[in-house]
Design a protein around this ligand. Structure first.
Ligand SMILES: Nc1ncnc2c1ncn2[C@@H]1O[C@H](COP(=O)(O)OP(=O)(O)OP(=O)(O)O)[C@@H](O)[C@H]1O
Length: 258
């Protein structure tokens, strides 16, 4: 975890102002002002249905906001397409696995490295053209502790190993900001601890925003925590500040993952 940098406008990688998403009269994200500082790990938490995934979809361009703005490095990116946002260096890893069973881990990385935005795969690239990405592919797999599995088909991988490959794919973009959607969802305790260590490692020198229900993960990784409730920001602060906030305790009453 990195120390909190001094507050300075140029230290803000991502800022939303009044960000709102309304689905047929239902406000899923409600006037959210979010500030993500450079070099920090920032968690988004909140009870089920609080709007975390919708907010992620807005930040990564998969949904268009009803109103409000999103700024990246001081530039307005509101309404940009997912490919453009990825190209700006905002990488998102998905909650739902997006790997192909018959491809090896290395082939996944080579295909992603061969795609200009990193978020699509270019299957028509020849093996020879992709071979030039082998070195970088291996570096990325090494970064997530998967170098020794590089030539195995991902269909044979355990769940935690697939998530590690997905993290490597997000890193392939060389992102200035990583958005991780429930990186430990569905994992057992061992995989959760391994993933915490992995995220802590890849977060060095990078800015990370993640959504997770597991408070052990949030407490272990997050420099800042934003708690959402019914689409709006309820509280923001350090993990210890939000954990003990009476508003947060009340919001989580009746939820199993406090
Ligand atoms: N496409 C949509 N159309 C209508 N309502 C939607 C749509 N997407 C999300 N919602 C609603 O918006 C609210 C916020 O949903 P969202 O998935 O963002 O919450 P969440 O905090 O990610 O929840 P969880 O922790 O359960 O994943 C929910 O009430 C959901 O039903």
């Amino acid at each position: 975890m990195s120390a909190q940098p001094a507050v300075d406008a140029t230290d803000v990688v991502l800022r939303t102002h009044g960000l709102t998403k309304v689905f047929r009269g239902f406000t899923a994200v409600d006037a959210v002002d979010l500030e993500v500082r450079r070099g920090t790990v920032h968690a988004l938490v909140g009870p089920n249905g609080a709007g975390k995934t919708t907010l992620f979809n807005l930040l990564s361009g998969f949904l268009k906001p009803t109103s409000g703005t999103i700024e990246h490095e001081g530039r307005d990116i509101t309404g940009r397409q997912p490919e453009e946002i990825a190209h700006l260096g905002i990488a998102r890893s998905f909650q739902i696995t997006s790997l192909f069973d018959k491809l090896t881990a290395r082939q996944h990385l080579e295909l992603a490295l061969g795609s200009p935005t990193g978020i699509g795969y270019r299957f028509w690239r020849s093996e020879k053209r992709l071979a030039r990405f082998e070195g970088r592919a291996m570096e990325l797999l090494d970064e997530v502790g998967m170098a020794d599995q590089a030539n195995r088909e991902v269909g044979h991988f355990a769940y935690g190993q697939k998530r590690a490959v997905e993290l490597a794919l997000a890193l392939a973009l060389d992102p200035s900001l990583m958005l991780l959607d429930e990186p430990t969802a569905g994992m057992g305790v061992e995989d959760v601890d391994r993933t915490i260590a992995l995220i802590a490692r890849i977060a060095r020198g990078r800015t990370v925003v993640f959504v997770d229900h597991n408070m052990h993960v949030v407490g272990s990784l997050a420099d800042r925590v934003t708690v959402l409730q019914q689409g709006a920001v309820l509280v923001e602060g350090s993990y210890d500040e939000v954990r003990t906030d009476p508003k947060v305790i009340t919001a989580y009453l009746g939820q199993s993952h406090v």
